[in-house]
Design a protein around this ligand. Structure first.
Ligand code: NAP
Length: 341
């Protein structure tokens, strides 16, 4: 065991029913494993909390295996190499990887990737230049294919994926309508990001009416981050040949009922719409293309991004649960430590 560093980690203690609680997780203090030949020790700088992690807490079949009980939870982490037993990295290098929710990860060097600090702050590799940026990019452009003058509606619009979807749709010349959970978020979308309209789904008296008003020419692309009643309302406005990238369904992640909604087959047939679920790993071989274009838009000032940063490793569960309360504007991250170099 490494004597220099003390580790602290978060394990899944029980499978949540409905909304998770702190009791479903356990913090454990243990020594840091010694790095073997070919391995590195990574100090966590920022840790990403993501809605999809809720699905991995269930014991059910999905595109990614469930977390095991009493094992460290894994997710996207940006860290600093503090010890290296390989010539691939040296101490001080900043990396990204799917690592454990812990202060230090001792891992094979080949499982992490060096990041370029000169291009953007390191946290951006967990947001606009990472999973959420690429999800917005490929979901919207590959499936949604917005064209100039078309109307794009995005739900979860002020979140990490949603705010990038809206901006990319604007870059492509579309009219963009966002749906989000507070007036502050809606104002931000319109005033800071140039969305054409934004609807607060929590305070609206009539979502159907507000949507109709915001989309006088119907909906050509619906980028669905949330599912549920919000999506039911948007589906009523689909134009012929609409495209619906199904990205997420956060409104049902903690549901314990059957969650039945209206049947939409006839609507899709009548409008000849395309609805397609996707996950980012479908685009694994095109990541560099996405990163390059996102990087260009960022450097040209065409894309803005936000991060809501919760301070301190011990607040990781709070930060994760806040995703379901909508506390975050942009990407929700936990800052765990400062880099030494
Ligand atoms: P996010 O939008 O930054 O955070 C989640 C947001 O969801 C919250 O801020 C909240 O905003 C909203 N929300 C929470 N509960 C809700 C509910 N019951 N109804 C409506 N909105 C609710 O998260 P993200 O990382 O960008 O992910 C957005 C969606 O994309 C999630 O569904 C996620 O699972 C999915 N996703 C999919 C992929 C993929 O590969 N397919 C990759 C990344 C993310 P409000 O204040 O607006 O309620």
């Amino acid at each position: 065991m490494n004597q220099q560093y003390q580790n602290r980690q978060v394990l899944l203690a029980s499978r949540p029913t409905g909304m998770p609680t702190k009791k479903d997780f356990e913090f454990r203090d243990i020594p840091v494993a010694e790095a073997q030949e070919g391995q590195v020790i990574v100090r966590t700088l920022y840790l990403s909390v993501d809605p999809y992690m809720r699905g991995r807490m269930n014991d059910s079949k999905s595109y990614i295996p469930p977390y095991n009980l009493n094992e460290v939870i894994a997710g996207g982490i940006v860290g600093e190499i503090v010890e290296s037993k390989t010539n691939l990295f040296q101490a001080g290098d900043k990396i990204i990887g799917m690592l454990g929710w812990q202060l230090y990860n001792t891992v094979d060097a080949k499982t992490v990737r060096k990041i370029d600090e000169s291009m953007a702050p390191v946290s951006a590799y967990l947001s606009v230049l990472g999973l959420t940026g690429l999800t917005a990019y490929f979901g919207l452009l590959d499936i949604g294919q917005p064209k100039k003058g078309e109307t794009v509606v995005v739900s979860g619009a002020a979140g990490a994926v949603g705010m990038l979807v809206g901006q990319i749709a604007k870059i492509k010349g579309a009219r963009v309508v966002g749906i989000a959970g507070t007036d502050k978020k809606c104002d931000y979308l319109k005033n800071e990001l140039g969305f054409d309209a934004a609807i607060n789904y929590k305070t609206t008296k009539n979502l159907d009416q507000d949507l109709e008003q915001a989309c006088p020419n119907g909906v050509d692309v619906y980028f669905d981050n949330v599912g549920g009643a919000i999506s039911d309302a948007v589906m009523n406005l689909l134009n012929d040949h609409a495209r619906i990238p199904l990205c997420g369904a956060i409104s049902s992640y903690n549901s314990t009922d059957d969650n039945m909604g209206p049947r939409i087959q006839s609507k899709l047939i009548k409008t000849r719409s395309l609805i397609k679920g996707f996950v980012l790993s479908d685009y694994a071989d095109r990541q560099s293309e996405g990163l390059q274009e996102l990087g260009i838009w960022l450097s040209e000032g065409k894309l803005k991004y936000e991060e809501t940063i919760v301070d301190g490793f011990d607040n990781v569960i709070v930060a994760f649960l806040q995703l379901f309360q909508g506390t975050n504007l942009g990407k929700m991250l936990v800052k765990v430590s400062d880099p030494a170099k």
